[in-house]
Ligand binder design. Structure first.
Ligand SMILES: Cc1cc2nc3c(=O)[nH]c(=O)nc-3n(C[C@H](O)[C@H](O)[C@H](O)COP(=O)(O)OP(=O)(O)OC[C@H]3O[C@@H](n4cnc5c(N)ncnc54)[C@H](O)[C@@H]3O)c2cc1C
Length: 460
C-alpha cells in the first residue's frame, strides 16, 4: 500500500464521518477556533429514512450550542406533541403540559438537515474538508492513536492525517468501534419507510403512533407536504420485497385511519420502500489515548421514540464542553482525562433516552402491555402528572426514577385492566409481571449507573 503523508499539518482534531454527529461537532468546535480535519467518503445529499424527527431534547441541545438556526430554510416542520391510536380510540399529548414551557420537536428531511450542518462546519477556515474512506487508525509505539489512514476519493491514493485527537463518528456500520469499545450490537427489528404525500394528519404537527396492528407503526411530518410512515417489521432477518408487500397488506393497511387511505394507496403504487435495521447497542467504550467514539458508532437504541439525535447532540455537547475546558490540545494527559469524563457523564445524559426507546418498543409490541400503556398515557394526558411521561419521550427528563415509576405503573394498570375485562387469571398476571421484567431488566443493567440517580435530572 503506497501511502503519502499529504497533510503535514498536525490537527487538533480529526473527525472520521461527517454524518449527524461528526458534522455537528465540527460545526460547533470550529466556531470556537479548533483546527479540524473532517473526513467523509461521501458529501452528496442522501435520502435516508433515519433521523427525521428531532425530539425537544435534541432541539434544546442544538440551542445550547447556538446551532438551532441550522433547522431553518428547508421546510422543516415544528412538532408539538404525540398522538396515539388504538382501534377507534385516539388522543394527543402536548410536549408542554402548561404555559411555563415552550418546547417543540422538529420533523425534517435528514439529508437536507445534514447538508446544512456540513455547509456550516465547512464555512469555517479552521475546518479542512477531506473526501475519502478511512481504512485504518494509526498509532505510535505505545498504542496511542495519532491519526488515520484514508483513501482519497478523486486520486484513489492512500494518505494520512495526523491529529492530537481522533473522533470516530462513522455511524451504525462503524468499522472502528471494535478498536475503541467492547460494544455488541443486535438487530431488534426493521423499519420499512415510505413517504405519504399531501396527507392530512388527524393531529397536524404531531408524531402519530398506531397500536392497533400486531406491531407498531409511526408517522410524522417531514416537510409541509410530506409525512414519513415507518412500519415495524419484527425479527432480525431483513424482509424481502414480497414479505414487505404481504406485511403491509395484512398488518398495516387494515389498521390505518381512513384519513390515510388515498395517500397511502398512492405511496404503495409508487413502490418506493426503504428498509433499515433497528439496532440496540449499549455503550461499552474502552478508554484509549488519542481517540474517542461519538454517535451511533458508540451507542444505539430502537428508533421508535426518535431518541437517536437527542443522544447524539447530548454527546456532542458534552464532549465539546469537556474539550473546550482545556486551554489547548497540547497536553495528551489532559485530553485523556477529558475523554474519561465524557464517557462517564454521557451515561447520565442518555440513560432515559436509551431505556425509553427499547422499553417502549417492547411494551408496544406486547398484546397485554400495549393496552396498558395506551390507557396510562390517555389518563396522563387529561391530568397534569408531574413529571409527565411525555417529558421522557421528549428527551427532557433525565431522572431514571421517573421512568421506572411510569414503567411499573403501566404494568400495574395492565393487571387492573385484566380484572376489569374479566381476564384475570393467574397465568395472565404472571405474564404481565414476567414480560415487564424481561423488557426492563437487561436495559437497566446496561444503562443504569449510580451517577444516573444523583446528577441534576432535568434537561442539561
Ligand atoms: C430507521 C431509523 C430511523 C431513525 N429515526 C430517527 C428519528 O426519527 N429521530 C432521531 O433522533 N433518530 C433517529 N434515528 C437514529 C439517528 O438517525 C442516528 O442516531 C444518527 O443518524 C447517528 O448519527 P451518526 O453521525 O452517528 O451516523 P451517520 O449520520 O450515519 O454518519 C456516519 C457518517 O460516517 C461516514 N463514514 C462511515 N464510514 C466511513 C469511513 N470508513 N470513512 C469515511 N467516512 C465514513 C458516512 O458516510 C456517514 O456520513 C433513526 C435510526 C434508524 C435506523
Amino acid at each position: 500500500m503506497n501511502t503519502s503523508p499529504e497533510h503535514n499539518d498536525l490537527y487538533d482534531i480529526c473527525i472520521v464521518g461527517a454524518g449527524m454527529a461528526g458534522a455537528t461537532i465540527a460545526a460547533y468546535l470550529a466556531s470556537k477556533g479548533i483546527n479540524i480535519a473532517l473526513i467523509d467518503r461521501e458529501y452528496t445529499e442522501k435520502r435516508r429514512i433515519v433521523g427525521e424527527l428531532l425530539q425537544p431534547g435534541a432541539v434544546e441541545a442544538l440551542k445550547k450550542m447556538g446551532l438551532e438556526r441550522l433547522l431553518e430554510g428547508f421546510d422543516a416542520q415544528p412538532v408539538y406533541g404525540y398522538a396515539l391510536f388504538q382501534n377507534e380510540q385516539k388522543f394527543s399529548i402536548p410536549y408542554n403540559q402548561n404555559d411555563a414551557t415552550d418546547y417543540h420537536g422538529v420533523g425534517l428531511h435528514n439529508g437536507r438537515f445534514l447538508q446544512k450542518i456540513r455547509e456550516d462546519a465547512l464555512s469555517n477556515d479552521s475546518v479542512h474538508q477531506i473526501h475519502g474512506t478511512v481504512s485504518e487508525l494509526m498509532e505510535d509505539a505505545k498504542g496511542v492513536v495519532t491519526g488515520v489512514k484514508y483513501r482519497e476519493k478523486h486520486t484513489r491514493k492512500y494518505k494520512t492525517i495526523h491529529a492530537k485527537l481522533t473522533i470516530m463518528s462513522d455511524g451504525f456500520f462503524s468499522n472502528f468501534r471494535k478498536d475503541l469499545s467492547n460494544n455488541v450490537k443486535s438487530v431488534t427489528s426493521f423499519f420499512i419507510g415510505l413517504v405519504l404525500k399531501n396527507c392530512q394528519l388527524p393531529f397536524p404537527h404531531h408524531g402519530h403512533v398506531f397500536l392497533s396492528a400486531p406491531t407498531p407503526f409511526i408517522c410524522y411530518p417531514i416537510s409541509s407536504t410530506e409525512t414519513r410512515l415507518l412500519i415495524d417489521y419484527p425479527g432480525d432477518k431483513a424482509p424481502k420485497k414480497e414479505d414487505i408487500k404481504s406485511h403491509i397488506a395484512d398488518k398495516v393497511a387494515p389498521f390505518l385511519p381512513k384519513e390515510f387511505a388515498e395517500c397511502f394507496a398512492n405511496a404503495i403504487r409508487e413502490d418506493n420502500f426503504k428498509v433499515m435495521p433497528n439496532h440496540y447497542m449499549p455503550a461499552k467504550p474502552v478508554l484509549r489515548e488519542g481517540a474517542v467514539l461519538l454517535g451511533d458508532a458508540l451507542n444505539m437504541r430502537h428508533p421508535l421514540t426518535g431518541g437517536g439525535l437527542t443522544a447524539v447532540f447530548n454527546d456532542v455537547l458534552l464532549l465539546s464542553t469537556h474539550l473546550l475546558a482545556m486551554p489547548d490540545f497540547n497536553d495528551p494527559k489532559l485530553i485523556h482525562e477529558k475523554l474519561e469524563l465524557y464517557y462517564q457523564d454521557r451515561y447520565h445524559a442518555n440513560t432515559n433516552v436509551n431505556i425509553m426507546a427499547n422499553a417502549l418498543y417492547g411494551v408496544m409490541s406486547n398484546d397485554l402491555l400495549k393496552q396498558g400503556v395506551f390507557e396510562y398515557l390517555r389518563q396522563g394526558s387529561n391530568k397534569v402528572d408531574n413529571p409527565s411521561p411525555i417529558t421522557l419521550l421528549a428527551g427532557l427528563n433525565r431522572n431514571p426514577k421517573t421512568l421506572i415509576k411510569h414503567f411499573f405503573s403501566v404494568s400495574l394498570l395492565c393487571i387492573k385492566n385484566l380484572s376489569i375485562h374479566s381476564n384475570m387469571s393467574l397465568s395472565n398476571v404472571f405474564r404481565v409481571i414476567k414480560d415487564s421484567f424481561c423488557i426492563i431488566k437487561p436495559l437497566a443493567i446496561n444503562e443504569l449507573r449510580p451517577s444516573s440517580f444523583y446528577r441534576k435530572n432535568i434537561q442539561h
